[in-house]
Design a protein around this ligand. Sequence first.
Ligand code: GDP
Length: 361
Amino acid sequence: MPDTNTRENERGLRTPIVAVLGHVDHGKTSLLDKIRGSTVIEGEAGAITQHIGATAIPLDVVSKVAGSLIDPSDFDLPGLLFIDTPGHHSFTTLRSRGGALADIAILVVDVNDGFQPQTLEAINILKQSQTPFVVAANKIDTIPGWKPNEDAPVQQTKEAQSDRVQSALDEQLYEIIGELSDEGFSADMYWRVQDFRGNIGVVPVSAETGEGVPDLLTVLMGLAQRYMKEDMAIDVTGPGAGTVLEVKEEKGFGTTLDVVLYDGTIREDETIVVGGLDDPIVTDVRAILKPRPLAEIRTEDRFEKVDEIAAASGVKIAAPDLDDAMAGAPVRVVRDRDIEEVITEVRAELSEIEVETQEQG
Ligand code: GDP
């Protein structure tokens, strides 16, 4: 997506935002690393773009990783934007208007360990927020006797295993499918799922060997394309809306906001309203920053300034008076709207978040 775009009222499809949840040690971080790693290798130089707090994987890279599993002409969504911080704490604090910031989630379950307390917590959060998800049944390479085929589609590598290994895997997968069913979800191996709205697809993967990663990307892309296209249709050039990932002190910029922008565009010098500790903060954007490509990083110079950026993306915003801004709070560009209305909107959203935080104890 171009960073500079001055056309007005341009409808476009934004990238769906993906979050990773699951029990500790089940492989959330490893899986994210693997997805980033395999796409770096498969993609053209610079094809995956590092955002602030997120990683964008464009459709052509997804399609290279997925190989014969995907026909890119079936898709018009631009790719997938993965939030870099896994775990349900970040998932619950990161909200957008009336819902979860993430459009889709990956629930990572260790294939040997099955459902654990945080798996159940994650399931409940996904239920409450009605976030569609797929289950990544991770660590298939640890099934005794498994012979890895790096980065292979899962059915291919599964069929290459001995009968004994295949049944051992199936047994664990059916256990997970049973546990999903106990939680009220109809689930099956993803290749048997026809309707991903009513059924949860289980994708066997290994974050270690990359087996099943092509399938996981294919399923996410397919799910988004099929069922979320309408939600992804936005006014790309409209006033930006986002959520604060983190409030950070940054040398040379003072207090900055790491923001995931899920709607519209944000431009330098625009007035924004940000949720704060006491009351919404009204301030003007001094700089919009992106990470510099790795190859160009010099110590003092990690960020690159851009004039504007469109959703969906992760950016750093430098502006005065951000000390009281809060992680999880909404950010709104005012543009040609009545500033009082925008403040009221932000205040309403903040109180909603606070009520929920209290309810969760
Ligand atoms: P997180 O707490 O869910 O983020 O889990 P991590 O990604 O930190 O993984 C926990 C441990 O499991 C680490 O030692 C990983 O190397 C290991 N691990 C994660 N995924 C796999 C996998 O697919 N196969 C194997 N063999 N080990 C894995």
